[in-house]
Design a binder for this molecule. Structure first.
Ligand code: FMN
Length: 201
């Protein structure tokens, strides 16, 4: 269904974010394979600032994790097999320093790790759906995360089910989305005026 404008590995277009999950149990070892793929992501100074907190469905931590999602995400994510909070450490120990300093790249680095996680899941026949819709304040408190780590997103992981079990509104959205043309996104040389936000001077 998805047509790339240039030849790329089908893994990139095969990955998308369905909302209909089978609610099946997932072996912890399978999830660990996805974390292993994330572990090999590049990062500034190879500092590897990403951290992952996870709960498998039907385990004691599951209700806490699910309860941190916004209602609009809970209505479909409750059928996932695992929920993963993606954190990053905002403090980095630079080579030769004895005190950590603020990291410029920790969010970027953890996004790279998530991308590798998601692609590994796709390769293994699982689906992922990343979410920013979660209660930030309660997540820091209930997951006991100090504020020098940033909670960036939550990921629902599972197996894909048919769309019938979703609401009509969500069924209508249960299909791979397209992308802007490459020409809108890349430019050889300095930034084109078309990228300026209308509000910017
Ligand atoms: C950081 C991030 C946050 C997102 N938050 C939500 C969310 O809260 N709820 C949701 O339904 N989808 C969420 N999404 C999924 C995006 O809407 C989806 O990735 C995007 O529309 C592209 O579609 P695709 O992943 O199927 O290719 C999020 C994705 C990312 C990367």
């Amino acid at each position: 269904m998805r047509k790339p404008g240039h030849a790329i590995d089908t893994l990139f277009t095969d990955r998308w974010s369905p909302r209909s999950f089978t609610a099946e149990a997932m072996p912890e070892a399978t999830l660990l394979q996805m974390f292993e793929a994330a572990r090999w992501a590049p990062s500034s100074y190879n500092y590897q600032p990403w951290r992952f907190l996870y709960a498998l469905r039907d385990t004691p931590a599951w209700p806490t994790f699910l309860g941190l999602l916004t209602d609009v995400n809970q209505v479909w994510a409750f059928r996932a097999s695992a929920l993963v909070f993606v954190l990053s450490d905002s403090r980095v120990m630079r080579p030769g320093n004895d005190m950590p300093v603020d990291s410029y790249t920790h969010v970027f680095d953890s996004g790279l790790a998530y991308a590798q996680f998601a692609l590994q899941a796709t390769r293994m026949g699982w689906i992922t759906h990343c979410m920013q819709g979660f209660d930030k304040e309660r997540s820091y408190a209930e997951l006991k995360v100090p504020h020098d780590l940033r909670i960036n997103a939550v990921v629902a992981v599972g197996r894909q089910a048919g769309p019938e079990q979703l609401s009509e509104a969500l069924q209508a959205r249960e299909k791979p989305s397209d992308r802007r043309p490459l020409g809108d996104l890349v430019c050889c040389g300095t930034m084109p005026d078309s990228w300026r936000s209308p509000a910017a001077p």
